[in-house]
Design a protein around this ligand. Structure first.
Ligand SMILES: [Zn+2]
Length: 351
């Protein structure tokens, strides 16, 4: 969180080109859409036009592109030719999804690129490209433009990557801003892959793996039911769940405390409450849950409510399996479900 105080300090450092602040903050210039390091030689923007970030990744996610003069993604003293070439390639085609084959075409070794990027920016090249892509998609959402207009105006030949990035994170049909409620959405990297967290200032509304089946519909429903606009950003519940998730994945956390809110029918909510009471490391069957609700024959409805859970991991629908011991379904994929169950069993053995 960058306080108003800190913003003033950063702005002073920016005017002074204070080298002590290298790597401490980056400044996005709202009027030009570029972001700079503190010592950029270009003419300094007005304070009101500055947006400050503490990492280059945040600036990228806020849809700023790297300044060509101060190259905020490069080490001040040296940057490899390889890294320069790849950053340029991303700027030429920011919506592209990179594969091994693309590296071959550029005569670049993927593992070298990964290593060099990680060293310079603390993220891999693929993460960099993704941050840039998401930044562009999010910018459209913030401005309320339709996806197709965005594609036309930026002249993308292929729309697939862009639409994919957009719809995956924010839903298929962008609506204009101007709704009274604002929800913030953040991208969280976890060891089981990226997740999206959506929250207001009080509670978390949604936590899902980015490749979850039907995520777009889910986000759209959330947007409509809460009559909210969803914009990129962070709130306290998002920061809290990010911390808790990393502890969970390290096997250090068994119960989530981040405040959540349930958006569903009374029956769904009752199912989710029961799910929350399944202890870490344990599993239950759909019929166990139905019995716990006093509706022993309702196991299909239970399975459905289980599938409609929008708070992955926190509401532990992964702990519900078939009566015969088979895994059953999981919106985030069975590999993840199995991993989560095994992970929790290990945690229980250690303690
Ligand atoms: Zn600059």
């Amino acid at each position: 969180m960058i306080t108003a105080e800190l913003k003033k300090e950063y702005y002073r450092a920016l005017l002074d080109k204070d080298t002590e602040y290298e790597g401490v903050f980056y400044v996005g210039v709202k009027t030009t859409g570029v972001f700079c390091r503190p010592t950029c030689p270009a003419r300094k923007p007005k304070f009101d036009h500055c947006e400050f970030f503490e990492s280059a990744q945040e600036a990228l996610l806020a849809s700023y592109r790297p300044c060509k003069r101060c190259c905020p993604l490069s080490h001040p003293n040296q940057v490899s030719e390889l890294v320069q070439r790849l950053v340029k390639a991303v700027e030429e085609n920011p919506e592209k999804r990179w594969t091994e084959k693309d590296f071959q075409e550029l005569s670049v070794d993927a593992s070298t690129a990964r290593r060099q990027f990680k060293k310079r920016f603390g993220m891999t090249f693929v993460e960099y490209a993704r941050a840039r892509r998401m930044g562009l998609a999010m910018k459209q959402i913030r401005e309320g433009g339709a996806v197709i207009d965005a594609q036309l105006s930026t002249g993308y030949e292929s729309s697939s990557g862009f639409r994919d990035a957009f719809s995956r994170i924010m839903g298929a049909a962008p609506t204009l801003l101007g709704q009274s409620n604002i929800l913030k959405a953040s991208w969280l990297d976890t060891r089981l892959g990226p997740m999206i967290a959506i929250a207001d200032e009080e509670a978390l509304h949604l936590l899902e793996f980015l490749d979850r089946r039907g995520l777009e519909r889910e986000v759209e429903r959330l947007r409509q039911k809460t009559t909210s606009a969803i914009i990129p950003g962070e709130t306290e519940p998002i920061r809290s769940i990010e911390r808790e998730l990393s502890q969970y994945f390290d096997g250090e956390l068994k119960e989530f405390k981040t405040p959540v809110t349930f958006l569903g029918s009374p029956f769904q909510k009752s199912v989710w409450e029961v799910l929350r009471n399944i202890s870490y490391g344990e599993t239950r069957s759909y019929s166990d849950i139905a019995r716990a609700l006093g509706k022993p024959s309702a196991f299909r409805a239970v399975a459905q409510a289980n599938g409609a859970n929008q708070l992955a991991i926190i509401v532990p629908c992964h702990r519900v399996i078939n009566s015969n011991g088979e895994l059953g379904g999981y919106g985030g994929g069975l590999t993840r479900k199995k991993w989560l169950i095994d992970h929790e069993k290990q945690g229980v053995c250690i303690t």
